[in-house]
Design a protein around this ligand. Structure first.
Ligand code: 5AD
Length: 345
């Protein structure tokens, strides 16, 4: 096990069989070792600096019906909202004032949010803040739409593939969705020139070690600039309400594997990880993550963007809680880096 970890550190890759062995057999002692190696790799590229991204949840209306997600279309118990342009721009202003130089617009796949409206929104933000990075996380769109958003000034796009296994993908999503289209989107985004993020939920219903190996290999092929991984967490109003949460240890192991395979990738310590355990965010950083994404959305709607139960959005998860975040990072020897934090080759 030790020699596998050392080789992954040195060569940034392992065979599928070796990955399987690592995923199955990594005990607490070896988890500590791989977390340490991953932390060292992150340190060698980024020092003790953690990039921050201001997350604006622009709306929870969604045409999709993903079985795991709290804002799925058939959940009648969510109060739906949509931020207007003015509100989004004022969130950006607040974020800019606080020092954020990346803003992330995330939302459900909302029919009201036409490609034209997204272009208009991105152009307005770009005009007002020429120096920030604009990241979109708005789901599956047409090639032309991705191109138009890019031309309007978007720089990055987040779209998790969720699982690279066809049958597993279908077991998490309704028939109207396909892995093929998800992958088409990701290849489009890369080709257009976006810094592209993908990733998975760890411990999603039916996920096996084989699936995880496939995910690792897919990410190795795609070479995304950003890799988002967090534990699956159940939401009470979904078909997966009584599924168990993903495990902290497995999430940290995967985080470290991704850091060792993609030394310069931007890897967030996710809100889901911070929700799973009070020290989750810190543990993610100590396993090789180098990004956190505090919430810049208006406080009055944060609880409505509940992808899973008990989703953290206040305290150190909140943009206005930067001081608290700073203290928490300081306690583990890290500082906030307020620069754009683009992917650098
Ligand atoms: N638990 C954890 N993560 C979730 N996501 C959606 N629902 C859940 C859940 N129940 C993640 C998906 C999606 C991202 C925006 O949030 O991976 O891509």
């Amino acid at each position: 096990m030790r020699s596998l970890i050392e080789r992954l550190h040195r060569e940034h890759t392992l065979s599928p069989d070796e990955l399987r062995t690592l995923l199955v057999g990594c005990d607490a002692e070896h988890l500590a070792l791989i977390n340490q190696k991953a932390r060292e790799v992150a340190y060698s590229h980024f020092g003790n600096r953690i990039f921050i991204r201001g997350l604006i949840e622009i709306g929870n209306c969604c045409r999709n019906d993903c079985f795991y997600c709290g804002i799925r279309r058939s959940n009648r118990n969510v109060e739906r909202y949509r931020l207007d342009k003015e509100t989004i721009l004022s969130c950006c202003a607040q974020g800019y004032e606080l020092g954020f130089r990346t803003i992330v617009l995330q939302g459900g796949e909302d029919n009201y949010m036409t490609d034209e409206r997204v272009v208009d929104l991105v152009s307005s933000i770009r005009k007002a803040y020429p120096d920030i990075a604009i990241t979109l996380s708005l789901g599956e769109k047409s090639t032309e739409a991705y191109q138009a958003f890019y031309q309007a000034g978007a720089n990055r796009y987040l779209l998790r593939h969720e699982t690279h296994n066809e049958a597993h993908y279908q077991s998490l999503h309704p028939e109207s969705m396909s892995l093929q289209n998800r992958l088409r989107c990701l290849y489009d985004l890369k080709k257009i020139g976006y810094q592209t993020g993908t990733g998975i939920m760890v411990g999603s219903s039916g996920q096996t070690i084989e699936h995880l190996v496939e995910d690792i290999l897919f990410i190795e092929t795609l070479q995304p600039e950003m890799i988002g991984i967090g534990p699956f967490l159940p939401h009470h109003d979904t078909p997966f309400a009584s599924e168990p949460s993903g495990k902290m240890e497995q999430t940290l192991l995967l985080l470290s594997i991704f850091r060792l395979m993609h030394p310069k990738a931007l890897i967030p310590s996710t809100t889901a990880l911070a929700t799973l355990a009070p020290d989750g965010r810190e543990r993610g950083i100590l396993a090789g993550a180098n990004v956190v994404m505090p919430n810049l959305s208006p406080v009055w709607q944060r609880s409505k963007y509940a992808l899973y139960d008990n989703k953290a959005s206040m305290g150190a998860e909140a943009a206005e809680g930067l001081r608290l975040l700073e203290e928490k990072l300081d306690a583990i020897g890290y500082v906030i880096d307020k620069s754009r934090g683009d992917y650098e080759n």
